[in-house]
Design a protein around this ligand. Structure first.
Ligand code: F6P
Length: 551
């Protein structure tokens, strides 16, 4: 299934229905009033997801600007846009990434049920399982101290060198699951080409006890190969002998030739296939830092949490399909309310890199403007996703969310149980009270009458009004366990999938990152000498020449 039977989503009948609902009642629909009218609203618009281990996550969509008609029309839109057919093609390993002629099959990596999953007629599970077995064996050896560095000492520091999907997932997950980490084993991440990044991280490391994971799907990414070469130099300055590299460098990649050229024995390579997109690769060998940090059993639990969402996504009717509903809401705000952004605020310090991770997932996937029928889209696509953990974000940009001129749909995430219930859980209760209060405040607002009744002077009344009716989705987990985190990530992956399917774009390529890379290569050469540059536009030439003067 390479292209849908339609080109422009806004030509679908359900899109037109949604437009007319928006024009008549949708744009002024008061969520507060909807709650007053319907005592069943919460039950109707919230869904509890049950994980493989029996734990649950509650997704409350009821504070969104929707009613029965809107939900029905959105579900109809998903049907007309063939979301189910595309989803089925995705799970069958068809080449839905048609611009790169590839399957999109990261779901096979978390297929813990081990049912055969085929790409081009070939079951990929034996290879997936064999890499997992290798990860298990290796992580057990490193964690137990059996794997020794070149002077016979156990590994204390793991440095993952990678960028984009080869960094953001591992960083986010290791941070999120710090409570599950083995004491005495530290992880570091080097992604930026800025020398400061590697210099600062290596300051904490000793070559004798450091293990480098060079994580790159292609093994040709300039930032990663440059950082990996610098790491090798740093290591050899002390270790001297190149044969010691085998104990201290492993590669996570699809490209065995480049790995060997770099000097890593392919026995120390953890492979995966080109049907794993970078932003979906934390489930693959790219997740080795996670596996080392939290241990293999926890890593498997992480996979199982995602698999449970995959099962839900492929089997639940669209009306009850949690990621489908999340994706449709995003289309509703993006295309009918004209929302440009989407806020994700985890009320969880361990999830502080979650929004950054979601930025690549969402914006690299759906920042596209050509349909699967190769035409320019006639509507807005991918949202600008942003976020920071609360409550910090409340004291920073929430002002604009509450009283600014823009509609910013928001997701709030909280776990009921803290990993650090200090002060008799006081911190957790305060955190949770903010999670509930923010969503409530955004919805109910504060009308003029209330502001006046509180005695505000006339000139301050307008400043103190909150219009309310600002939509939020509250996601309440029991605890951020490896399984719950796996589920949350898979939820957002399938939200992103649903959006892209409705917009009829290819969510799986990333041609937009190429042009800048090519130009940087050309300019990189021009920076090697002091010659005056005149080959670019006036601004670029002047900036380069000034840089050369000052460098
Ligand atoms: O430049 C974007 C990108 O291709 C991402 O999609 C990818 O996650 C990242 O670069 C890193 O690529 P690689 O894993 O091949 O080094």
């Amino acid at each position: 299934m390479s292209s849908a039977s339609f080109s422009q989503a806004n030509e679908l009948p359900a899109w037109k229905t949604l437009q007319s609902i928006y024009d008549t009642e949708g744009k002024s629909l008061s969520v507060k009033e909807q709650f007053e009218k319907d005592p069943e609203r919460f039950n109707k618009f919230s869904h509890t997801f049950k994980n493989h281990d029996g734990s649950e996550i509650l997704f409350d969509f009821s504070k969104n600007i929707i009613n029965d008609d809107i939900k029905q029309a959105l579900v109809k839109l998903a049907k007309e846009a063939n979301v189910e057919q595309l989803r089925d093609a995705f799970f069958k390993g068809e080449h839905i990434n048609f611009t790169e002629d590839r399957a999109v099959y990261h779901v096979a990596l978390r297929n813990q049920s081990n049912v055969p999953m085929k790409v081009d007629g070939q079951d990929v599970m034996p290879e997936v399982n064999s890499v997992l077995e290798h990860m298990k064996e290796f992580s057990n050896q490193v964690r137990s101290g059996e794997w020794k560095g070149y002077t016979g000492k156990a590994i204390t520091d793991i440095v993952n060198i990678g960028i984009g999907g080869s960094d953001l997932g591992p960083v986010m997950v290791t941070e999120a699951l710090k409570a599950y980490a083995q004491k005495g084993l530290n992880v570091h991440f080097v992604s930026n080409i800025d020398g400061t990044h590697i210099a600062e991280e290596l300051r904490h490391c000793d070559p004798e006890t450091t293990l480098f994971l060079v994580a790159s799907k292609t093994f040709t990414t300039a930032e990663t190969t440059t950082n990996a070469n610098s790491a090798k130099k740093w290591f050899l300055e002390k270790a001297k002998d190149e044969s010691h590299i085998a104990k201290h460098f492993v590669a996570l990649s699809t490209n065995a030739d480049e790995v060997a050229k770099f000097g890593i024995d392919t026995k120390n390579m953890f492979g995966f296939e080109n049907w794993v997109g970078g932003r979906y690769s934390v489930w693959s060998a790219i997740g080795l830092s996670v596996c080392l940090y939290i241990g293999y059993d926890n890593f498997v639990d992480f996979l199982k949490g995602a698999e449970a969402v995959d099962k839900h996504f492929t089997s639940a009717p669209l009306e009850e399909n949690i990621p489908v509903l999340g994706g449709l809401l995003s289309v509703w705000y993006n295309n009918f309310f004209g929302a440009q952004t989407h806020l994700v605020a985890p009320f969880d310090q361990y999830l502080h890199r979650f929004p950054a991770y979601l930025q690549q997932l969402s914006m690299e996937s759906n920042g596209k403007s050509v349909t699967r029928s190769n035409e320019f889209v006639k509507y807005s696509t991918g949202s600008i996703l942003f976020g920071e953990p609360a409550t910090n974000s409340q004291h920073s940009f929430f002002q604009l969310v509450h009283q600014g001129t823009k509609l910013i749909p928001a997701d709030f995430i909280l776990a009921a149980q803290s990993q650090n219930p200090i002060e008799n859980n006081l911190h957790q209760r305060m955190l949770a009270s903010n999670f509930f209060a923010q969503a409530e405040a955004l919805m109910v607002g504060k009308p003029q009458e209330t502001v006046k009744a509180e005695g505000a002077p006339d000139n301050l009344v307008p400043h103190k009004i909150f219009l309310g009716n600002r939509p939020t989705t509250s996601i309440l987990a029991q605890k951020i366990t490896p399984a719950a985190l796996g589920s949350l990530i898979a939820y957002y992956e399938h939200v992103t999938f649903t959006e892209g399917a409705v917009w009829n774009i290819n969510s799986f390529d990333q041609w937009g990152v190429e042009l800048g890379k090519v130009l940087a290569k050309v300019i990189g050469k021009e920076l090697d000498n002091k010659d005056k540059i005149e080959s670019h536009d006036q601004s670029t030439n002047s900036l380069i020449n000034q840089f050369k003067n000052w460098a």
